[in-house]
Design a protein around this ligand. Structure first.
Ligand SMILES: *Cc1c(COP(=O)(O)O)cnc(C)c1O
Length: 341
């Protein structure tokens, strides 16, 4: 049975697995000084069409926490959406690794910050008693399955830079956002003003690992030491980096993301025929958020389905992954119809 709880329930995609096994060829230099890590860093520079600085860490919490820490002093603050993973799901990691930089949550429709919301936080206080805003962090795709358009990112980034703030992007589902918008990765990042991207590998089909991509190389000074101290420097780095090579080589990363998004669309379309089910957010990436009666939710769980309900009481989240099969979506829909009918 396939699940819709999270896209990290899926296994390793074939392209990543093959590259992982391919890297298991005898001895190779450790700590990133290997051919796979060099090669994939170059591929990422090609993908983003700029001379960015690239690091690999084990998970998204570390990527976000360490990237934000590299942008902040301990007395700084980070403006994020109130639903942002950094705020709700990282156990204080960004605050911990920055030695105390405070997150300042702001509201916004559809999981998105707006220039107005950011401006309000930036201008709220400028006195010495308040943690000085230093970074705006955006999640792409957002925690509720929507995506920022390039112009939306640029508007926030322009405002941020105008006030001396940096722009960080939590791209745990960056691939899904690129697939959804059909634009070049550069359009969603440095060309729109993003300074640092945490590019998620795990949810797009890698065994483990995220890439931290610095578009402004001045910001990555000493980042390698930061990773090492945090226990995020893999000694057998090739096993983190080689799977990236596997998915980047023939565009598998984008193909899988498009598939996951298409499965979310299939689910959303099917929900239109389920009485009592109402979409909570536009379905733009690989997540579907739907209001369901409590009895339907418990009925689904009794039938073995797993899903999260962190968006308030009646809201259920269904995530699709690179391997979600149409039949799995249809089986979920059939159970939803049976329980709602
Ligand atoms: C999954 C996820 C992460 C990373 O989580 P880890 O479990 O630490 O790898 C970061 N941001 C968002 C928005 C996520 O959904």
């Amino acid at each position: 049975m396939q699940h819709f709880a999270s896209d990290n329930y899926a296994g390793i995609c074939p392209e990543a697995l093959q590259a992982f096994l391919g890297a298991n060829a005898g001895h190779a230099p450790a700590y990133g000084d290997d051919e796979w890590t060099r090669e994939v860093s170059d591929r990422l520079r090609e993908l983003f069409a700029t001379d960015c600085d690239v690091y690999f860490v084990f998970n998204g919490t570390a990527a976000n926490s360490l990237a934000l820490a590299s942008l902040c002093q301990s007395y700084h603050s980070v403006i994020c959406h109130e639903l942002a993973h950094v705020e709700t799901d990282e156990c204080g990691g960004p605050e911990f690794f920055s030695n105390g930089s405070k997150l300042l949550p702001a509201p916004g429709e559809g999981g998105k910050l707006t220039p107005d919301a950011v401006r309000e936080v930036v201008l709220r206080r400028s006195d010495i008693h308040y943690p000085k805003p230093r970074v705006v962090t955006l999640t792409q795709a957002t925690e509720v399955g929507t995506v920022y358009r390039p112009a939306e990112i640029a508007a926030i980034a322009d405002l941020a830079h105008g006030h001396g703030l940096r722009v960080h992007m939590d791209g745990a589902r960056f691939a899904n956002a690129v697939a959804a918008l059909g634009v070049e990765p550069a359009e969603l990042t440095w060309r729109a003003g993003v300074d640092v991207l945490c590019f998620g590998g795990t949810k797009m089909g890698l065994p483990v690992g995220e890439a931290v991509v610095f578009f402004d190389r001045r910001l990555s000074e000493d980042f390698a030491w930061r990773c090492k101290q945090a226990g995020q420097l893999a000694s057998k780095m090739r096993f983190l980096s080689a799977p990236w090579l596997g998915v980047l080589e023939d565009g598998a990363w984008l193909r899988h993301a498009r598939h996951a998004n298409a499965m979310a669309q299939r689910l959303a379309a099917g929900l239109a025929g389920v009485p009592g089910a109402a979409l909570l957010f536009p379905v733009e990436a690989n997540g579907v958020f739907v209001e369901l009666p409590a009895a339907v939710q418990s009925g689904l769980r009794e039938r073995g389905w797993r899903f999260y309900t962190f968006i308030g009481a009646g809201g259920a989240r269904f995530m699709c992954g690179w391997d979600t099969r149409p039949e799995s979506v249809d089986a979920l829909l059939a159970d939803l119809r049976a329980l709602s009918g």
